[in-house]
Design a protein around this ligand. Structure first.
Ligand code: PLP
Length: 391
């Protein structure tokens, strides 16, 4: 059996149509397959490779940490320098109220931890989420996914959860003194890059203040420079009570985090003690990689060019078959008339060396969330390929 056959035989599959590329090397915004074919990567591992695949500073940091130690103890017992340094670096770049970081293995675990924290602090029954939101695939995260199709097959899920229409002012009235927390993506990702209005985001913050409800913002895709600012919430002039990070946070290594105030986090230490436990959360190699990635993201000015690159993409993605281009930073959704059209174009793009896919809740839209280091030339080539695949 070749690798592809072994992949289908022994690697458990949940996708009915996996991309099945066999990538042997990745660098900056390029991927290379086993046959030596080169791809411009418009997916970036789904908003993970923001600083580019294998940034030299990230690779160096990983190697240095490999020479020091790997896993040495479960989370929160030893003073692990990479965790301490990363928590300090993150909080230095966050508002003062977000000064305590709990590192997890993944985005979904950050969501789970945040929901537990909200319950622990608030002692209220309700959790509110939004239609077409995606927060992960574990049971708690799945309970708040904004799609009955995915929720339904796995009931019973968490009780007390309701879903509101994202962006609706009227819906905010549903947030009440019974609501422990509202969890929202700052910009909806898998809905196909749907930003809310600034006014709505501020009204959401205001409603949470009025009802004493915690606002949790999921920036697992929005964060880390994707929108042109380090954190998506900076675009809306608000600050969440709990912030969720993942994906690009580990610079290509697995890492998530829920971040709040030291005082709030303290509730997870008391009755019961060890209110959230993880073996590998905040793995030292992941934290070392994350520190290097955040350093280069800031120090190499990668966010400065995001708006320019967004504008370039938009100027090149013009064709009668393109029904709409939604974008927010270096993050675009190109809408066609149907999934079938989109899929045909995606397949042709891959054939021609441009890697893209669609969104979970917007299958008619082609995904563009490349490494922020994608060059102008790569953007021009990628757009030529997309347009030539449409025609
Ligand atoms: N939240 C958002 C917005 C996501 O896009 C994802 C993953 O795609 C998650 C949470 C879950 O993260 P993970 O896949 O690391 O569990």
């Amino acid at each position: 059996m070749n690798q592809r056959e072994l992949f289908f035989r022994h690697v458990a599959q949940t996708s009915p149509a996996p991309l099945t590329l066999e990538i042997v090397k990745a660098e900056a915004a390029r991927l290379y397959d086993a046959a030596g074919k080169e791809y411009i990567d418009l997916i970036g591992g789904i908003s993970v490779a923001n600083t580019g695949h294998r940034h030299p500073a990230v690779v160096k940091a990983i190697k240095e940490q490999l020479d020091a130690y790997l896993h040495i103890m479960v989370y929160g017992e030893f003073v692990e320098t990479p965790q301490v340094r990363y928590a300090q670096l993150l909080t230095r770049h966050l508002p003062a109220a977000l000064d305590s970081v709990y590192f997890t293995n993944s985005g979904a675990e950050a969501v789970e931890g945040a929901m537990k924290l909200a319950k622990r602090i608030m002692n209220r029954p309700g959790i509110i989420a939004f239609d077409h939101s995606y927060h992960g695939s574990t049971q708690g995260a799945l309970s708040i996914i904004g799609s009955e199709y995915w929720r339904n097959a796995f009931r019973p899920l968490l009780p007390g959860i309701s879903h509101l229409k994202y962006g609706s002012f009227q819906a905010l009235d549903e947030i009440s003194a019974d609501t422990a927390c509202v969890i929202a993506e700052t910009v909806q990702a898998e809905a196909g890059v749907i930003p809310p209005s600034i006014k709505w985001m501020q009204a959401l913050r205001q409603r949470c203040n009025e009802t004493g409800t915690l606002l949790i913002l999921d920036e697992i895709q929005t964060g880390f420079g994707r929108t042109g600012k380090l954190w998506g919430f900076e675009n809306f002039g608000i600050v969440p009570d709990i912030l969720l990070l993942g994906k690009a946070l580990g610079g290509g290594m697995p890492l998530g985090a829920f971040i709040s105030s030291k005082e709030r986090m303290g509730t997870l230490m008391d009755a019961p003690v060890l209110g959230h436990i993880t073996t590998f959360g905040g793995h030292p190699v992941s934290c070392a990689a994350g520190i290097a990635a955040l350093d280069v993201l800031i120090n190499e000015g990668m966010m400065d060019k995001v708006k320019e690159k967004e504008t370039l993409f938009r100027s090149l993605l013009v064709h009668p078959a393109i029904k709409e281009v939604r974008s927010y930073g270096l993050w675009l959704a190109v809408r066609f008339d149907s999934f079938e059209t989109n899929k045909k174009i995606i397949d042709q793009c891959i054939e021609k060396g441009v890697l893209t896919d669609w969104f979970l809740f917007a299958s008619d839209s082609l995904r563009i969330s490349p490494p922020l280091v994608i060059t102008e030339e790569e953007i021009r080539t990628a757009c030529e390929v997309i347009i030539s695949s449409v025609s």
